[in-house]
Design a protein around this ligand. Structure first.
Ligand code: MSP
Length: 490
């Protein structure tokens, strides 16, 4: 077989801001990462899957103030909501990191000291447009007619002492690593965007200290200042696997940072520069997926169209949501979310193809009392290597579509054979093929639809297996037909 397992596979999602409850966009990234993590476990690799929450900074401080809560208490509540959501969506993370975890805070302090000692941090003056009403610096593009849109006042030009990170020193080395593919960026269009950005702009040093934001990690050499939230947040990717403890080397460098396209540029510049400045290896690969709208509109609190993934999974089942998100949007491209499209996928594919297949095969098998054995006839239509290489290329939609091709093929086999009319040995042979096919399908869908795979295994009376078991052997299950896997949505 061509699919060689790696020794280890480390995958991350972004850590999500806790100023917002988990929505379908967060769920999209997290489910995709889960599918990939599960697939690599299926291949027998030592997988580490990290997700978590980004809890410091002005945005969070303000969100807590707005509801009259202490920031830490506020973070505890929202972080729990993320954990609950991931439980409901069957997310198999190995660790959930919170940037308020003591071990993370200590490690960030250490990282800041190393950056300072290595000469990548210097003191300078930060100048910006400060709105007293907002208590923050605004960018030119945030102003309307030169004024703060919320307070209708012109901001003051303010300057303060600040510490800077020498990001500019890393311009050439980063461009080089990206062009050579030493630090891969996918899809190709995103890579090209970053390259052309770096070719037409010089990376500038960034201010990494905040005097006005109290809710943050204090700079070890100046306790009046807190660290810029991104500097703190990026480090989760190493502190989450134990850095500065040596044990982190088991998984570093990361195999895949999965993120949305909105945060690719900061990830591809500030983060690897931070790593190099500390003396650590850069990530092996970034994949930036697309953004989706809801019924054609940008999703947002102000429009009141934020989709709750947990509610959705209660209404339609967790696997319906997982299937839809992976199948509907070509991974990497933008897309539009609608419940109508979700229902179409449920009825047209989950019910009509997979649910129907399992039900038909189990109905036939229950009725048959003879021996289930025969010659493999339909395994030739199974191309596991192709499915694996789709996942390796992060074409998740194509991977699941390939599994579906086989599901449809097996349904066709039942029709062409008119299996319901067969008897005796002929039926035994057909059933052997059908049951082995269902067993294999269960393994193949288990990364995408873990709950459904378990249900299939229960009905077939088999145990969950690894990818290497994805072949026709001797059928050893004990049939126990159960309910339909999916309900048709009217
Ligand atoms: N806290 C930072 C990330 C720090 S990582 C070191 C952050 N958090 S966030 O809560 O705003 O999450 C952004 C991520 O959520 C996106 O990169 C993407 O993964 C996901 N999505 C948010 N809205 C989305 C859509 N509408 N569509 C698809 N994904 C979306 O940025």
């Amino acid at each position: 077989m061509v699919y060689l397992p790696r020794k280890k596979f480390y995958i991350t999602t972004p850590i999500y801001y806790v100023n917002d409850v988990p929505h379908i966009g967060h769920a999209y990234t997290t489910i995709a990462a889960d599918v990939i993590a599960r697939w690599h476990r299926l291949k027998g690799e030592d997988v580490f899957f990290l997700t978590g929450t980004d809890e410091h900074g002005e945005k969070i401080q303000q969100a807590a103030e707005k509801v009259g809560k202490q920031p830490k208490k506020f973070c505890d509540e929202i972080a729990k909501k993320f954990k609950d959501a991931w439980k409901a969506l069957d997310i198999s993370y190995d660790h959930f990191i919170r940037t308020t975890d003591e071990s993370h805070v200590k490690a960030v302090e250490k990282a800041l000291q190393i950056l300072y000692k290595n000469g990548y941090i210097y003191k300078g003056k930060y100048q910006g447009l400060y709105c007293v009403g907002c208590e923050k610096y605004l960018t030119e593009s945030e102003l309307v007619g030169g004024k703060c849109p919320d307070h209708l006042k012109e901001p003051e030009v303010l300057s303060e002492d600040s510490y800077f990170f020498s990001l500019s020193k890393f311009h050439t080395i980063l461009l080089n690593k990206i062009e050579k593919g030493e630090m891969a960026i996918k899809p190709e269009v995103r890579k090209n965007e970053i390259i052309s950005f770096l070719k037409s702009n010089k990376l500038e040093d960034i201010s990494i200290s905040r005097s006005k934001v109290k809710w943050g990690i204090k700079l070890p050499w100046d306790e009046n200042l807190t660290s810029y939230v991104w500097v703190d947040a990026f480090l989760n990717y190493v502190t989450g696997i134990g850095w500065p403890n040596k044990a982190f080397e088991k998984y570093w460098p990361v195999d895949l940072h999965l993120i949305g396209k909105d945060i690719l540029r900061v990830h591809a510049t500030i983060w690897p520069a931070e790593l190099l400045a500390i003396g650590l290896k850069v990530p092996k690969q970034f994949f930036a997926h697309g953004y989706f709208t809801v019924n054609g509109q940008k999703m947002g609190k102000s429009l009141g169209n934020v989709v709750d993934p947990v509610e959705l999974s209660k209404k339609y089942s967790v696997d319906a949501v997982r299937y839809f998100l992976i199948r509907e949007f070509p991974f990497g491209e933008d897309g539009d979310f609608s419940e109508k499209a979700l229902v179409n996928r449920i009825n047209g594919e989950l019910v009509a193809d997979l649910g129907n297949l399992i039900y038909r095969v189990l109905t036939l098998a229950e009725r048959y009392k003879g021996k289930i054995e025969g010659e493999p006839e339909i395994d030739k239509n199974l191309d596991i290597e192709a499915i694996d290489s789709y996942i390796e290329n992060l074409e998740l939609h194509n991977a699941i579509e390939s599994v579906w091709k086989f599901v449809r093929y097996v349904n066709k086999y039942i029709n062409e054979k008119q299996a319901w009319k067969l008897e005796g040995e002929e039926l035994g042979n057909a059933l052997y093929n059908l049951l082995e096919a269902c067993k294999v399908i269960s393994i193949l869908v288990s990364s995408f639809l873990p709950e459904t795979a378990e249900k299939i295994n229960k009905q077939l009376g088999v145990k969950g297996c690894k990818l290497k078991d994805c072949k026709f052997g001797k059928f050893t299950g004990r049939i126990k037909k159960g309910a339909y896997l999916f309900k048709k949505v009217e």
